[in-house]
Ligand binder design. Sequence first.
Ligand SMILES: [Mn+2]
Length: 259
Amino acid sequence: MKVGLSMLYCLGQPFSSLLKQLETVEVSNVEVLDEGLHALNDRRVHSIRRIAVDRGLELSVHAPFVDINIASPSESVRIAVLKRLKKSIQLSGKLNAVFWVFHPGMRTGISHFTPGLDWKFNLESVRQLLSTAENTGVKLAIENGLHPLPFLLKTPSEFVRFYEDLGADLGLTLDVGHANVNGQIFEFIKTFPDKIVHAHLHDNHGKADEHLGIGDGNINWVKVVRAFKKIGFRGALIVESEKNALESVQTLKALVQTV
Ligand SMILES: [Mn+2]
């Protein structure tokens, strides 16, 4: 089990600081965000790639997520959203990223007028993204959404139905913090031992998405690491804390070694 770090904690700093941080982070796996001040382009991909090769870092990319709804009922909006996401997948391919992590679609204020339509758009968009990723070398991994936001996929039972309907190979990024707000961390791990290929780790008190350091909320991390070990998880446990991120990496490394 590898310990990794999401660069979310420095998303408020310019891209040049991200590069500086990448030179020194003490992990094997790094997740960069194609969003905000760190949005990717060809030149930036080249800069990140050079450091990653130099330091032997394995990369993943968090898809753009602001103003993004792959299940939008507006066709023109959906087309624009998918265009942005497809560009992100292409850039992730150039980056040699292993995973591209994205959020599921969301319900809107008019969903109740057209039951099932957002579910259908979500499936269609996921299929388009999967076909974009073919031949790029990048694997897609959909993330469990956060309660109480109107994500279509937040619970294990919603994911069971989603995978049945999709009928295609798609990994799951288990966001342990999000799952804790649902009270379903262990149900996720038990239900999807073969689907979970990637994980986001951050802490909270079970009520809101606080993105705290590991050990700063109410998550039982010993139990979490044991559960990942029990299913033979071979992916990366990516620390996605906004606060105490570097300390959290050390805490998690110690846990993985001792638990
Ligand atoms: Mn996450």
